[in-house]
Design a protein around this ligand. Structure first.
Ligand code: ZN
Ligand code: ZN
Length: 400
């Protein structure tokens, strides 16, 4: 039988690139957070001032009584629909749509302002609590994030890079502070969003050199937009840190490394829960193993808060070595299980040998499931096909 290598070696340098890319995303996000929070707060205040002026209300009027359901009419696409005459969103009198509007004349008008400011006319009301629109500006920001996964975040720092970029792109108030055209696909924040997604959802935790180089260029472009960020101190600091990261001179917080690993572990856990595809599940499990191993190696560096990139590299390398060792043990187990099955088959009677074939197949398949991941699907299929033909041959030999 032609030997098929089951374990494609994980690349330390590409894993290192992935960690760098994740840190670059984190640094960039931290560089724009204060800007986004400030702008959203100004937008919130402007909405309130305009509402008071346009409706003859005393300045400073607010409302904290209306919930989101009260201001979102029924039915609204993607939030609620009236099936069998009963809406599960507007479920009782407290959560019904207020036809007459907010008793304080604020909330339904605020909703109109948010709607008008949304570039694609589709605020994410699912995320937000309208009762807090007047008091917490990030609840307003959440109308401009993607619809899922932001319900519980209360600040820009708790929101991921994708969410923060979406606020900038979707809320038209940002255009006055951004030179790049936010209505165009591929604008600097759109690119940032894509980088965030690519890193977070990398099928294996690797980034090739050229991609990493481009990420650094794109993230630096984002942070140096001439509308505002070019002169923003937080953005300036982020650019400096990005350049140090790229040149391997940055001191990195151990917590930051943990943060990027935990973030992608969360994605992997979600994928394992929701994915039907066994190979993807296996790949995600393998990712989790690598993350766990890396976090353990990180602990060997002792109590210091900040570490050098050379130390990070060492940690990553030892994690990969450890995982390779584990893979080799798994491969040995496959071989052992296969040999045992074949031996059994040879000693079984003809009648029982068919069951023995299944047993061998099953044992080998079970072990394969445990290894998989970085080794791609194709390789495994080849292996299984080779094994199957081997069993077939053996089976015929025994029958004869
Ligand atoms: Zn409804
Ligand atoms: Zn109200």
């Amino acid at each position: 039988m032609a030997s098929v290598s089951l374990s494609k070696k994980l690349s330390n340098s590409r894993y290192n690139n992935w960690v760098k890319a994740s840190l670059a995303v984190l640094i960039t996000k931290e560089g724009i957070e204060p800007f986004v929070e400030e702008e959203i707060e100004q937008f919130q205040q402007k909405c309130l001032t305009d509402i008071c002026n346009n409706h003859g209300l005393p300045s400073g009027t607010i409302c904290t009584n209306c919930c989101t359901e009260n201001v979102v009419n029924c039915p609204t696409n993607k939030i609620c629909n009236v099936k069998h005459r009963k809406c599960s969103y507007h479920k009782d009198s407290a959560t019904s749509f207020l036809l007459a509007g907010c008793p304080n004349k604020i909330c339904h008008n605020f909703k109109t302002e948010i709607q008008k400011a949304h570039r694609y006319n589709g605020p994410s009301y699912k995320n937000t609590d309208a009762a807090q629109w007047c008091s917490k500006s990030w609840e307003v920001a959440k109308c401009f994030t993607p619809p899922d996964g932001y319900k519980d975040v209360v600040s820009a720092s708790e929101t991921d890079f994708n969410g923060v970029n979406s606020v900038i792109i979707n809320c038209e108030c940002f255009q006055t502070k951004v030179t790049d055209d936010l209505s165009k696909n591929g604008n600097i924040f759109d690119k940032g969003r894509e980088i965030g997604k690519a890193v977070r959802h990398a099928p294996i935790l690797e980034v090739v050199d050229n991609d990493l180089k481009q990420y650094f260029i794109d993230l630096d472009n984002l942070l140096s937009d001439t509308g505002h960020l070019i002169s923003d101190n937080n953005a300036k600091l982020a650019r400096k840190r990005l350049s140090e990261l790229q040149n391997d001179t940055l001191l990195i917080g151990k917590d930051d490394v943990r943060k990027v690993l935990d973030d992608v572990a969360k994605v992997a856990h979600d994928n394992i829960k929701t994915q039907g595809d066994e190979f993807i599940k296996e790949a995600e499990k393998r990712k989790l193993e690598l993350i766990e191993t890396t976090k353990k190696s990180l602990e060997t560096l002792g109590n210091k808060e900040n570490i050098t990139l050379a130390e990070v590299d060492k940690v990553l390398k030892s994690s990969i070595d450890e995982l390779e060792k584990q893979t080799k043990v798994s491969l040995k187990r496959i071989k052992k299980a296969t040999d045992k099955g074949v031996k059994k088959m040879k000693t079984e009677t003809l009648k029982e040998s068919e069951a023995a074939v299944d047993q061998v197949k099953q044992a080998a398949n079970e072990e394969l499931q445990k290894v998989s991941a970085a080794n791609k699907q194709k390789e495994e299929e080849e292996y299984i096909a080779a094994k199957k033909s081997e069993y077939k041959h053996l089976f015929h030999t025994i029958q004869r």
